[in-house]
Design a protein. Structure first.
Length: 414
């Protein structure tokens, strides 16, 4: 049993470390959790939000993920501390996942570095496999329900006369959902295969160039990419839309028509919805190019960038920039664009730079209340919403969660 005095000494040592001493919020959060432990209290998400982050009594954890975000980052900082400055500490502070209680435990035995690295990659491959299977099973289940017509009693997320979605489903074409997967390759080493997602490598051309520059390494492109974090949230939101209009969605269990495998020649005769990051649009990017929208990722930050839109009569395009603000806050940018195909197919792009925008552009188009806000901010509240348009949405929030959003730009297309 570790006495209270020693627990406070351990806390103070962590707070004085490189990762903590310049961060008031993480200092306050960890101090709050340790003191609660000393007082034999079990902190709850609600009490942390109110006591540490100043949220009011109306705080709803289902809508505001600030506590979960900071707890995720706090555990990362603690892990980093014990990998470096606190490596030789006899007693370690731990906050088990799924709980907010602080534990003080004897220093764990450090496994052999090569074995640990190999084990971590094996876990990564296993996680990717399970994630793919879970999404595939989820989509299969939802699609089976659609085919069976079992949604008569389900709550309707979108009204049948909604101006956006009613016009999207105004034809008899089947709808294909395109998920922007991350490009995945593996490197063969002496005793293992290492699977890699490198955000600078987003297509076969990037990979071939990278491979040719490193002739001594055994690199191999994987046929299927890695599913992005946003996809599971997006699928849950869009499923309510599909239920509302009782539409069957074209789904493949292993790839869901991943954008890295999609052939543009097959695009005719179907409605397309794209969800994911800009970098993963790949061949489908020509839709944005045709309507004068370009994007560029920052060289310093793989999750930030600029969006440029060509405007009539102006030599210079309109430019929108996502930024990292103070105290861990960010502005992210997303594009919602809809165009018609040559046979009146509907093509919808829901894309963003980072996960907050990738998740939120889908969420706000999949909910009646947020759609009304879209109509108001775009100026079409009392008018027929255009069936072809470009919209830029700014999402304000933290690294992995959105706190607010607003329409920055809207233009109806001819």
């Amino acid at each position: 049993m570790i006495d209270k005095t020693r627990q406070l000494i351990i806390l103070q040592k962590i707070l004085s470390s490189k990762d903590f001493k310049a961060s008031e919020k993480y200092n306050a959060l960890l101090t709050y959790l340790v003191k609660a432990s000393l007082e034999q209290k079990r902190p709850k998400e609600y009490s942390i939000a109110v006591d540490v982050f100043g949220r009011d009594k109306s705080f709803n954890p289902a809508e505001d993920t600030i506590v979960r975000y900071y707890m995720h980052r706090l555990r990362q900082k603690i892990k980093n501390y014990y990998e470096h400055e606190g490596r030789n500490d006899e007693v370690w502070l731990s906050i088990p996942k799924g709980h907010y209680e602080v534990k003080f435990i004897p220093r764990p035995e450090i496994e052999d570095e090569k074995e640990a690295e190999s084990s971590s990659w094996n876990r990564l491959v296993f996680i990717l496999l399970i994630f793919s299977l879970v999404i595939s099973a989820y989509l299969y289940f939802q699609n089976s329900r659609l085919e069976a017509g079992k949604f008569s009693g389900s709550p309707v997320a979108i009204a049948a006369d909604d101006p956006f979605w009613s016009s999207f489903f105004d034809n008899s074409y089947q709808t294909t959902l395109l998920i922007g997967d991350h490009f995945l390759y593996k490197e063969k080493e002496e005793n293992r295969d290492k699977f890699i997602v490198d955000y600078r490598i987003n297509n076969t051309q990037d990979f071939t160039r990278y491979k040719n520059e490193r002739p001594g390494r055994q690199l191999e492109k994987m046929e299927q990419g890695s599913l992005p974090l946003n996809s599971i949230y997006n699928l849950n939101d869009l499923s309510r839309v599909f239920y509302s209009f009782n539409r069957k969605i074209n789904i493949k269990l292993t790839s869901v028509y991943m954008s890295s495998q999609f052939d543009v020649a097959d695009i005719a005769g179907q409605n397309i919805i794209y969800i994911g990051g800009f970098r993963n649009l790949r061949k489908f990017n020509y839709i944005l190019e045709n309507i004068g929208v370009t994007y560029r990722y920052s060289e310093k930050d793989i999750w930030r960038g600029t969006i440029s839109i060509e405007t009539d009569g102006n030599d210079k395009p309109l430019v929108f920039k996502s930024e990292k603000l103070k105290d861990g806050y960010y502005t992210d940018l997303g594009v919602i664009a809809r165009v018609r195909g040559s046979k009146m197919e509907n093509y919808l792009i829901l894309a963003g730079f980072a996960y907050p925008a990738q998740i939120d552009v889908v969420r706000i188009m999949s909910n009646s209340s947020t759609l009304k806000r879209i109509y108001e901010q775009s100026g079409y509240r009392e008018k027929q919403f255009p069936d072809k348009f470009i919209m830029v949405v700014q999402v304000d929030g933290l690294e992995y969660s959105a706190l607010d959003w607003r329409v920055k730009y809207f233009k109806a297309l001819e």
